[in-house]
Design a protein around this ligand. Structure first.
Ligand code: ATP
Length: 363
C-alpha cells in the first residue's frame, strides 16, 4: 500500500507547450492517502486517463514529480511501481480456467501454491466466482469475464495501488449497481489504496471516500461526496454533480450584497467578494430553492415528475432555474416567487467560489 503524492505534476503530449490548452494535465499538487478509495471524475477528454497513466508509469510527465511513500518514482517503470490495473475491457486468458486466471498474478511472482489457493478462493468468494473456478474463462459472459479482471487486480496483497479505468463499461446495467457495491465492500475489507476512473458521478460517489473532480486538464476539487454536493468550489463541480445540477444565475454584487434583476438576494459569501471578476454567478442547488410569498419573481414553465420529487423549471427574467419540490407539495402555475436558502446560496467569480482560500488548489 502507498501514499501517493503528485508535486507540480503536468503533462503535454506535444513538444514545447506554450499555452494552457497544450496541457492535457495542467500543473497540480495533491496527495492520495494510504489505503484511501479515490475516484477521478470528469467528462471525456478532461485528463483522467493521462493522470492514471502518469501514476502507473505508462507515461513520463512533462514536468513535476510523483512519489509513492515519499520515494520518487517519476522515472520508474510500471513494474517497479508495483501496481495492479483493471481496464475497461476484460484482460484474461480465455483458454485457462477461472482459477488459473486469478492465480496468474500470484504464480507470476513465485507465490507458493498454498497461499495462491487461499487468496484465489478468498477473492472468488467475494466476487461470487466460487462456483465457476474450474470452468474455462471462455465460457463466461462479459460480466463474468470482467469480474475475473477485477479479481486479478485485487488478488495480490503486495501492490502499492490498484487502479480501475472505467471498469464497469461492459457490465450489464442491472449488474452495475451490484458490482459497484461489491467493490466498495472489497475496499473496506482489504483497505488498499484504490483509484477509480469514471465519467459517471453515481459510480464515483458510491465507490470513493474522496472524489477528484477534473475538468479541462485541471483538478477543480477534491472532496467527499457530501463536500462536493454541499460546497462546490467551482461552478463546474456544482453543475456536474447532482441531478439536476446546481443552478447558476448571472448576478451583480453591490456593497457586499448579491443583486439579481434589481432585487437583493441573501447569500453565504457575497460580503467576501473583492471585485475584479469578469463573470459573477449565484450558485444554488435545486434542493434549496422554494416557492415563497416573497422573493425573486419567476414564471413556471414546466413540471417533470421524478418520483419522490417534481423537477420544476422556471424562468427568472431570461434566466432558467430549477427547483426540486417534494411530491404532494403545491406548485403554482404562471407567475410566482422563489426564495433561496441563504446558507446554501453562494457567489462564484469567474467560476470559482468567492472567499475560498484554496481556490483552484488540489491539496
Ligand atoms: P476519456 O474519458 O475520453 O478517456 P480522459 O478524461 O481520460 O478522457 P485523456 O484521455 O487523459 O482524457 O485526454 C486528455 C487530453 O489529452 C485530451 O484533449 C486528449 O485529446 C489528449 N490526448 C490524450 N492522449 C493523447 C495522445 N496520445 N496524444 C495526443 N493527445 C492526447
Amino acid at each position: 500500500m502507498a501514499r501517493i503524492s503528485f508535486h507540480d505534476l503536468a503533462h503535454a503530449y506535444g513538444p514545447a507547450p506554450s499555452s494552457p490548452e497544450h496541457w492535457a494535465l495542467k500543473p497540480m499538487t495533491m496527495t492520495l492517502e494510504d489505503g484511501g478509495a479515490y475516484a477521478l471524475l470528469g467528462p471525456s477528454g478532461c485528463g483522467k486517463t493521462t493522470l492514471l497513466n502518469l501514476t502507473s508509469g505508462l507515461l513520463t510527465p512533462t514536468k513535476g514529480r510523483i512519489e509513492f511513500d515519499r520515494v520518487d518514482v517519476t522515472h520508474k517503470t510500471p513494474e517497479e511501481r508495483n501496481i495492479a490495473q483493471v481496464f475497461q475491457f476484460p484482460v484474461i486468458y480465455d483458454t485457462m480456467t477461472v482459477y488459473d486466471n486469478l492465480a496468474f498474478p500470484l504464480r507470476n511472482r513465485g507465490v507458493d501454491e498454498a497461499t495462491v489457493a487461499t487468496r484465489v478462493k478468498g477473492i472468488a468468494g467475494m466476487l461470487d466466482l466460487s462456483s465457476t473456478l474450474q470452468k474455462r474463462a471462455s465460457g463466461l459472459t462479459a460480466d463474468g469475464k470482467q469480474k475475473i479482471s477485477l479479481g486479478r487486480g485485487l488478488v495480490r496483497s503486495d501492490v502499492n495501488v490498484i487502479m480501475f479505468d472505467e471498469p464497469l463499461t461492459v457490465i450489464d446495467p442491472h449488474l452495475k449497481w451490484e458490482l459497484r457495491s461489491k467493490l466498495k465492500e472489497l475496499h473496506q475489507r482489504i483497505r488498499r489504496t484504490m483509484i477509480y476512473v469514471t465519467h459517471d458521478q453515481t459510480e464515483a460517489l458510491t465507490f470513493a471516500d474522496k472524489v477528484v473532480v477534473m475538468n479541462d486538464g485541471q483538478v477543480v476539487q477534491i472532496g467527499t461526496p457530501v463536500e462536493l454536493f454541499e460546497r462546490p468550489r467551482h461552478t463546474f463541480v456544482g453543475h456536474f454533480i447532482g441531478s439536476p445540477g446546481m443552478n447558476l444565475i448571472n448576478c451583480d454584487v453591490r456593497d457586499g450584497k448579491a443583486v439579481i434583476g434589481g432585487g437583493e438576494v441573501a447569500t453565504e459569501n457575497a460580503a467576501k467578494y473583492k471585485g475584479g471578476a469578469r463573470t459573477l454567478q449565484l450558485g444554488i442547488r435545486p434542493e434549496f430553492v422554494k416557492f415563497s410569498s416573497e422573493g425573486l419573481p419567476v414564471e413556471v414553465t414546466k413540471v417533470a415528475d421524478a418520483g419522490r420529487f417534481n423537477i420544476v423549471s422556471v424562468q427568472a427574467g431570461n434566466q432558467p432555474l430549477k427547483l426540486l419540490v417534494p411530491q404532494g407539495a403545491a406548485i403554482p402555475s404562471g407567475s410566482a416567487k422563489v426564495a433561496f436558502d441563504p446558507a446554501r446560496a453562494r457567489i462564484y467569480a469567474d467560476g470559482w467560489l468567492v472567499g475560498d482560500d484554496a481556490r483552484g488548489a488540489a491539496q
